[in-house]
Design a protein. Structure first.
Length: 155
């Protein structure tokens, strides 16, 4: 209950200040920067991207809310920084590439659970899983993604 209240308080705080702070994480090539660009411009096709080095910050204004997005690198050597940047965010978006193979999704799952189990504060942070590249066929279904990413999955 404490965690739930804390999460609600954080979201309300975003409403008060008008600034919603969001961290985008996920393996490299999972579509984080593309999603950020889409949120900023609302345009498709997406602007061409380059692999993110470290972190990039972008700000988008949507009606009364300013969204500040911390776009992290997904490269293996940069993933240890996720913890630092995900702390104190109103929300975390975890991107999963729907056209990657099952081993890759298993790696994504391991990284996600490593992060959320590393600090008790993540129990109070809303987490959104975003399945990307679903415009490409074939891609992982939402049901399969949920199964592969669930804690009990041995796939
Ligand atoms: N077809 C399609 N391609 C996508 C989509 N999202 C991303 N891509 C492509 O996937 C590649 C990687 O996208 P990025 O957004 O750079 O990936 P990233 O997660 O930011 O990668 P890092 O910065 O290296 O961690 C690019 O070539 C994108 O154009 C999508 O929804 N559909
Ligand atoms: Mg990127």
């Amino acid at each position: 209950m404490g965690s739930l209240l804390s999460a609600v308080r954080r979201m309300l705080f975003a409403e008060e200040t008008g600034v919603l702070e969001v961290a985008l994480i996920g393996l490299e090539n999972s579509g984080k920067t593309t999603l950020v660009n889409f949120i900023c411009t609302g345009e498709k096709p997406a602007i061409a991207t380059h692999p993110t080095i470290g972190v990039n910050v972008k700000v988008a204004k949507k009606k009364q809310v300013t969204i500040k997005m911390w776009d992290m690198t997904g490269q293996e050597r940069g993933r240890q920084d996720w913890l630092r940047y995900c702390a104190d965010q109103h929300c975390i978006i975890f991107c999963v590439d729907s056209i990657s193979d099952r081993n890759r999704v298993a790696t994504a799952k391991d990284e996600l659970f490593r992060l959320v189990s590393s600090s008790a504060q993540f129990a109070a942070t809303p987490l959104m899983i975003c399945l990307t590249k679903t415009d490409v066929t074939p891609h992982l279904s939402e049901e399969d993604a949920v199964e592969l990413l669930s804690k009990s999955s041995s796939l």
